[in-house]
Design a protein around this ligand. Sequence first.
Ligand SMILES: Cc1cc2nc3c(=O)[nH]c(=O)nc-3n(C[C@H](O)[C@H](O)[C@H](O)COP(=O)(O)OP(=O)(O)OC[C@H]3O[C@@H](n4cnc5c(N)ncnc54)[C@H](O)[C@@H]3O)c2cc1C
Length: 419
Amino acid sequence: MTQKSDTLIIGGGAIGLCTAYYLAERGLSVTLVERDEIGSACSDKNAGLIAPSHIIPLAAPGIVAHGVKWMFKRKSPFYIKPRLSLDLLSWVWQFMRACSESRMRKSVPVLYELLQTSHALFEQLDKAGVIAGCGLSKKGLLMLYKNRKTFETERREAELAREIGLQVNELQPHEIENLETGISTSAVGGVYYEQDAHLQPEAFIMGLRTALEQRGVILLTGVEVTGFEFANGQISSALTPDAKFTADEFVLAGGAWSPDIVRGLGLRLPVQAGKGYSVTVENPKQKPNIPAILVEARLAVTPFSDSLRFAGTMELAGLDPAISRRRVHAMLDAISDYYPNFDTSGLQSAEVWSGLRPCTPDGLPFIGRFKKFSNLVAATGHAMLGISLAPVTGRLVADILTRSTPGCDLSPLRVDRFN
Ligand SMILES: Cc1cc2nc3c(=O)[nH]c(=O)nc-3n(C[C@H](O)[C@H](O)[C@H](O)COP(=O)(O)OP(=O)(O)OC[C@H]3O[C@@H](n4cnc5c(N)ncnc54)[C@H](O)[C@@H]3O)c2cc1C
């Protein structure tokens, strides 16, 4: 069986769905194939933070030293599973090179522009009723510190954010108490990013799905792309076990699996899976009003209308989604350090989830055409910012495919920048 559309999108996570949305808005016929269920991978139970504050990429000065220290701590929020993999070695090498002050400073304005644009697009999607049921809420983000030394050093980040134009307030403990009235904290200091927002990621995916169905996008689940037909630098079709999908343009939005999807095309995409966990407590007795990041523990805390979600850890362990109970417990142990009155009894029966973040070596996504195949566009590598950046990525891919002037500079996001 052969199916034809203007564009075929591979992957039904936040990135694939937002891309489908903006393409459909421009009148293109779109088919999206997802090998599992829509939004069932990393875009599912993540922290749901829309974080214009996250202008510092994962690859930043000091992170390598931290990483090495964490590697030897059984309860640390970061881990690389030792294995003989050329892809991993080359990724780590590229990552280390990207951790210089100058590379980081070049990435900051790129992320800032992408995040600001995406933030505005979230507001538009909300106004248009596309994501009305996902509880988009603009309460900001509180970075909470337990250790005065970290607070002092991390204030540099706040300074950088302020320089670039973000609304940032440094808070003393009594000011945190005035702001966060839902639960008391024992933080010694905080930084408040006013512009940040949050939403319920599962509802966000549902909202997008409905909007796509209403716009005639064909969403096919349980359909795995296993190969391609191509000639003369053009892909003619994507192959699945039961069908062939022909299209003029193909979009790679396969998240952490993206390198595997295009390996057969002779393309090497430096994306490593960064596994993280979330734990969702239903109807907790007490919860914060404002999303927070418990900085030393690298733990995000997101309040939803009737639940509270904790999310964290970064494990480079390949594509294995297995949950390490030890790391999840270590992650949860930190909660009482920051919220001494939080009733932790609900954590025992809480749902634990794992997700694989698609991580590039420099912390910037890949958005653009492949040199070797001019009708294949990458939309992946969003690491910790895939929800925050989904709308802008979708719109940029639509700009590329409709040959419109892109709304942001695409050159730092080139897919061949590590070749
Ligand atoms: C613990 C945790 C917390 C997070 N918190 C936040 C946050 O607060 N804010 C934020 O912005 N980001 C957050 N993120 C990151 C964010 O979740 C990801 O960046 C984002 O979900 C990636 O979306 P995606 O569409 O690229 O990938 P995915 O959601 O993983 O989607 C890729 C899809 O491709 C499909 N696929 C793979 N191979 C094939 C194939 N061969 N054929 C067809 N389909 C295929 C997969 O089944 C999958 O559904 C968090 C991540 C984690 C793990």
